[in-house]
Write a protein that binds this ligand. Structure first.
Ligand SMILES: [Ca+2]
Ligand SMILES: [Ca+2]
Length: 202
């Protein structure tokens, strides 16, 4: 597993330290969405300070239910996996992040992670956001807020996003069941999108 993680901020800003270069040599120039996402058992729960990543339930009044990232000492809030082509990220949310209104299938919300590439967690170089309004996965330069790469569709056949109930028994949700919101990005495309910047992913 080539990715280690270190959350820097709560909710949408879990910081990541990427070291995926060894995987890139055999990656194709263009990667369609993954034909299938890894099994739950493949994902590595992210840790922070030696403990599983955690986040309180209903800790932000404006961010409850499907927008509430949740986790505790036994159920990580965040997990990752990568294979030769994709890096996968998942966040545990206290609800169902899909909806029939607006631009379905995702609810009209956003979920994401911050990406640190230089080991200085006071600066988060990139943001990777699942945009439920535009229905896309967006890699942005966190300093300029400019979009570097967009992947679509979100949930599709196939798509870059998967939503499914958790299978480890967590019950943070007050109403609906806890869900994993999982998203995949093609490694080589992400690296190429940042190759001309001061702190590229590769
Ligand atoms: Ca929370
Ligand atoms: Ca940094």
């Amino acid at each position: 597993m080539p990715i280690s993680t270190s959350p820097a901020r709560r909710r949408r800003s879990l910081a990541l330290w990427f070291s995926w270069l060894a995987l890139l040599a055999s990656s194709p120039a263009f990667a369609a969405p993954p034909a299938q996402f890894p099994a739950d058992s493949a994902f590595i729960p992210a840790t922070c300070g030696g403990s599983l990543t955690n986040d309180g339930t209903s800790d932000a009044p404006s961010g409850i239910g499907e927008r509430d990232i949740v986790g505790d000492a036994t159920s990580a809030a965040f997990a990752t996996w990568s294979d030769e082509t994709f890096a996968y990220f998942r966040v545990r949310v206290a609800g169902v992040p899909t909806a029939s209104g607006g631009n379905a299938p995702l609810a009209q919300l956003g979920w994401g992670v911050g990406i640190d590439v230089d080991g200085d967690l006071s600066t988060i170089e990139y943001a990777l956001v699942v945009d439920g309004i535009k229905e896309q996965v967006n890699l942005t330069d966190n300093a300029t807020k400019s979009s570097l790469k967009v992947w679509t569709p979100t949930i599709g056949a196939p798509g870059y996003v998967q939503v499914e109930p958790v299978t480890d028994g967590s019950t943070f949700a007050k109403k609906d069941s806890d869900h994993w919101l999982t998203f995949a990005i093609p490694l080589q495309e992400a690296v190429a999108a940042t190759s001309n910047l001061a702190k590229p992913l590769a």
